[in-house]
Design a protein around this ligand. Structure first.
Ligand SMILES: Cc1cc2nc3c(=O)[nH]c(=O)nc-3n(C[C@H](O)[C@H](O)[C@H](O)COP(=O)(O)OP(=O)(O)OC[C@H]3O[C@@H](n4cnc5c(N)ncnc54)[C@H](O)[C@@H]3O)c2cc1C
Length: 527
């Protein structure tokens, strides 16, 4: 393109980059987003990777902050075509003995299902759920949709408020506990514990990692808030594109950023892959990984201690192996005899029956081994009439998996992917006997494929950095970068590397906006 100038230049058209661009454009700025790929959306990718007419979400499938995230209303995303369904049977688990449990949007139904395994745990779950719901708005607004505050300050505030006297589940000790510890302290039944842990794990929380119990009550408060994006997750990307364009913003595809231009300690623009230079009158905001931003795009001018911190940032130590399926009919579970609603469950835990089953997977993954299949599955077509041809269904298998295999490194996935996909399909079919005959086609997607498609998802890291206590709040990605500002004036970070973390939260962009608004005196029109 010809050299150009904008008030703000955003790197990457994922949901965070496009949301920040739209807020700034709606504030009256002249904004452009530059995206390396041929399609906007980043992790919001929906493609016909099996057969024509079957829409598969290659990355983000579960939208868990609909209705609580302010961005949807601020940017009028529903008017721009976003549609969601909140499946009434949100999740289910099928067990080897033909039993099943189900999590519903109706908490009474969830508790009735849990009570078939343990009345005591069903009662505990109800108290935890109600307590977490009571705090949810406060937790979400102060902890997710605000720039981060130090954990120590949160702990002090909770302690002064005498949290232990007022809450059964919140405590200053959570920061020493794993999700497993929390579940073992409050629950008795293995399968209920496994199901609650499974739901945290699907959301990126490693259940045996110390400290992550701090987020668990928040996760339980929104356990029934998982939404299907009608027409595929990319529909949200398209709505963002439209919202941005309607506000006067521009999104340029296949315009990768090759360099962030720094002059006298200030970011003044970017150089694109075709050599053209785009001037940024006010700022450049990067929604991509910190290695790329500071070790490749910024060519020099950084202190050695800073670049060392970037080099030492810790990525997720597990990724996703996925199989996308085109199906003639929906899976019908043996366990439907025990609980007929299991056939309507959107997200399925197939095979995790105890916390040890999850622990075993984490340990193997850390050793670079492919574990025995235990799955998380979803059938979007149960709730999205647009995602498959009439009467047909899409299926999704996800498996927690290492990026780097002990035998052969990441490239070994290319050899192993078909065999492991078949083992995953066979596992699902053990619980849903009609599945094998229902398959029209399938295709795998490995942790290596994630990084091949999305260069910013380094080492298959779909979260923009590990979810661990020393990489959350003001420690994410490290203190000097935690407030969305960088060592260079006019250069901001606004993607998944920032607090709170990846996932379709919009929170990194929303929080970066607060920092930018403060620095440039923008009048706040948003919620
Ligand atoms: C297999 C998988 C499953 C997932 N499941 C879920 C889920 O169910 N629910 C959920 O909420 N989240 C899920 N996620 C995570 C989610 O997709 C990400 O956390 C989210 O996409 C991060 O959004 P972002 O806008 O920060 O960055 P991204 O979506 O990664 O977008 C960044 C964009 O920047 C572009 N880019 C990179 N480098 C450059 C450059 N030099 N110049 C210009 N552009 C560049 C990229 O091409 C990309 O389009 C999943 C991810 C994966 C991989």
């Amino acid at each position: 393109m010809a050299d150009a100038a904008y008030d703000a230049v955003i790197i990457g058209a994922g949901h965070n980059g496009m949301a920040l661009a739209t807020y700034l454009a709606k504030s009256g700025w002249d904004v452009a987003v530059f995206e390396a790929r041929g399609e906007e959306g980043g992790g919001l990718a929906t493609e016909e990777v099996t057969r024509p007419g079957f829409l598969h979400n290659l990355h983000a499938n579960y939208h868990t902050l609909v209705g609580v995230c302010p961005v949807y209303d601020d940017l009028n995303l529903y008017d721009h075509g976003v549609k969601y369904v909140q499946p009434p049977v949100q999740m289910g688990a099928v067990f080897g003995d033909g039993t099943a449990l189900t999590i519903h949007t109706d908490v009474d139904k969830t508790c009735a299902s849990l009570a078939r395994f343990s009345q005591k745990d069903a009662d505990t779950f109800r108290r935890l759920y109600e307590e977490a719901k009571g705090f949810l708005d406060l937790l979400i607004r102060t902890l997710m949709y605000s720039p981060p505050i130090p954990l120590l300050d949160i702990t002090k505030a909770l302690s002064i408020w005498r949290v232990q006297d007022k809450s059964e589940f919140l405590s200053v000790h959570l920061r020493q506990m794993s999700v497993n510890d929390f579940l073992n302290q409050h629950f008795e039944n293995d399968r209920i514990k496994a199901m609650l842990a499974f739901h945290a794990a699907v959301g990126g929380y490693c259940t045996d990692r110390k400290g992550l119990a701090v987020s668990f009550p928040l996760l339980v408060g929104k356990i029934d808030n998982w939404h299907v994006s009608i027409g595929g997750s990319h529909n949200l990307a398209h709505a963002l594109w439209e919202a941005c364009a309607h506000s006067g913003g521009r999104i340029f595809l296949q315009h990768g950023v090759e360099e962030i231009i720094i002059e006298s300690g200030r970011a003044t623009g970017v150089r694109l892959n075709d050599g053209s230079v785009v001037t940024a009158r006010n700022l450049v905001a990067s929604s991509v990984d910190i290695e790329q931003t500071f070790l490749r795009l910024v060519r020099d001018g950084l202190p050695r201690e800073f670049t060392e911190k970037v080099e030492n940032c810790t990525h997720m130590d597990w990724s996703f192996f996925t199989v996308h399926l085109a199906l003639r009919e929906a899976p019908h579970y043996r366990a439907a005899e025990f609980d007929p609603e299991i056939d309507q469950a959107w997200v399925l835990n197939i095979g995790y029956e105890s916390l040890e089953d999850l622990n075993d997977h984490w340990q193997r993954i850390r050793r670079g081994q492919i574990p025995e299949p235990r799955l998380n599955c979803a059938v979007n077509s149960l709730y999205d009439p647009m995602d498959a041809p009439d009467g047909r269904y899409t299926g999704l298998i996800r498996h927690f998996a290492p990026y780097d295999l002990a035998t052969g490194g990441p490239e070994a996935w290319d050899e192993l992917k078909d065999g492991f996909a078949r083992r995953c399909i066979d596992k699902w079919a053990q619980y849903a006997p009609n599945l094998s005959a229902a398959i029209i086609d399938w295709t795998p997607h490995t942790p290596l494929d994630i990084s091949r498609r999305m260069v910013n998802m380094v080492r298959g890291d779909w979260m923009g950095g590990i979810i661990a206590l020393d990489n959350l709040l003001t420690e994410r990605p490290f203190p000097e970068l935690s407030q969305y500002r960088t060592p260079f004036q006019g250069l901001y970070m606004c993607g998944a590397t920032q607090h709170p973390h990846g996932f379709i939260t919009f929170a990194p962009a929303y929080n970066a906006l607060q920092a930018i608004a403060e620095d440039f005196g923008l009048e706040r029109w948003w919620r």
